[in-house]
Ligand binder design. Structure first.
Ligand code: SF4
Length: 221
């Protein structure tokens, strides 16, 4: 069973799969503690806030309510909602708090491709064919280290940037783990002009790719 905060269909706005119709499954729980986190409502799993799958589907705002769902129940929800997307993005919170093999395998058997978005601070438990996006959360208040195994498993590394020190942190991490050949996306934080200019210059200098959170420019979820 998985504790689910939110399920919705949209267009993936970040990284390699930008533009792809996707079903997002947001899992509840994250101890990493990033101060600028925009999903703080997913951090804790309060038993008193357990709700129904229908209430999760009907959510129109960010709340810490969650529902418990099996992979089969999630697939039934997708069908009931008439979702057309064939790509499922499992996000959080921190989805790698969970063993994601059963969920990803059930989704693959039903014809979906899968993607995980993780901070890299927990072991990735998912099939080889799942696309893994590691957005490394370095030196966050929760005290979790970015794991070498998660970085090695990453199909892409997506790094939010607002200032030069974020570039230097990333370069140090890539160098420490000898990951200079990884596919790297820089993502300006909050569409700030200065962050975007820094990201563009750093992408050109390092031959990295730019990820601009297309969904935010489009005003969609
Ligand atoms: S890892 Fe993600 S969900 Fe967790 S605190 Fe950081 S930004 Fe928020």
């Amino acid at each position: 069973m998985y504790q689910v905060n939110e399920v919705f269909q949209t267009i993936q706005g970040e990284g390699r799969y930008t533009g792809k119709p996707s079903i997002f499954v947001r899992l509840q729980g994250c101890p990493v503690g990033c101060s600028w986190c925009d999903t703080k409502h997913t951090w804790t799993l309060d038993p008193e806030l357990k709700t129904s799958p229908e209430a999760i589907l009907a959510k129109r705002s960010d709340t810490p309510a969650w529902a418990e769902l099996s992979p089969a129940q999630l697939l039934a929800l997708f069908a009931a909602e008439g979702y057309q997307a064939r790509h499922v993005v499992i996000t959080g919170g921190e989805p790698c708090l969970y063993d994601l093999y059963p969920l990803c395998e059930a989704l693959h058997q039903a014809g979906y491709s899968t993607q995980i978005e993780t901070s890299g601070t927990f072991e990735v438990k998912a099939p080889d064919s799942t696309w893994v996006t590691v957005s490394p959360k370095i030196n966050m208040p929760g005290g979790y280290k970015v794991l070498a195994s998660a970085l090695a498993r990453a199909n892409e590394i997506k790094h939010p940037v607002a200032m030069q020190k974020h570039i230097e942190e990333l370069q140090a991490l890539l160098s420490e783990h000898q990951l200079q050949d990884k596919l790297v996306y820089l993502q300006p934080i909050s569409q700030q002009k200065r962050a975007t200019e820094l990201a563009i210059a750093s992408c050109i200098a390092n031959n990295w790719q730019l990820s601009v959170q297309v969904h935010k420019y489009l005003g969609i979820e």
